[in-house]
Write a protein that binds this ligand. Structure first.
Ligand SMILES: [Zn+2]
Length: 115
C-alpha cells in the first residue's frame, strides 16, 4: 500500500526531497517515489461522486436558485468542480443551464391554458 502525498509539489515528509514521478499504479493514479529512500507514494485522489450523487448535486444547484458558491461549499467542492459535474450530468455549463431553465419555465407558462 503506497503512502499518500497530498501535493506533488511539496517536499516529502520522509527525507525532505521533492517527489519524483514514477509511473502509474493499477488504478491509473500518478505514482511518486522519494529519490532518497525509494519509498513510493500516490497522489491524493480528489473525492469522486457516484452518478446518483452527481444528479443530487445538480438538483441542489437548481434548488439553491443556481447559487454556485453555496452549492459548492455545501458539497465541499470547488466551483470549478461543480461546473464540471453540471456539465457531465446535463451536458451544459452552469450559465447555459440557468438560461435554458428559465427559458423552459417561460415556455411552460405560455402553454398553460388561460382561464
Ligand atoms: Zn525518503
Amino acid at each position: 500500500m503506497s503512502e499518500v502525498v497530498k501535493k506533488a509539489k511539496e517536499p516529502l515528509k520522509c527525507c525532505g526531497y521533492m517527489p519524483a514521478r514514477n509511473g502509474f499504479d493499477k488504478k491509473g493514479r500518478q505514482r511518486y517515489r522519494c529519490p532518497e529512500c525509494k519509498k513510493s507514494f500516490i497522489e491524493k485522489p480528489s473525492p469522486d461522486f457516484s452518478p446518483e450523487e452527481k444528479e443530487e448535486i445538480v438538483k441542489d444547484f437548481k434548488e439553491s436558485g443556481f447559487n454556485q458558491n453555496a452549492t459548492a461549499q455545501n458539497r465541499g467542492i470547488t466551483r470549478y468542480r461543480l461546473g464540471k459535474i453540471v456539465k457531465e450530468v446535463t451536458g451544459m455549463d452552469c450559465k447555459t443551464l440557468v438560461v435554458s431553465f428559465f427559458q423552459k419555465r417561460e415556455e411552460q407558462k405560455k402553454e398553460e391554458p388561460k382561464l
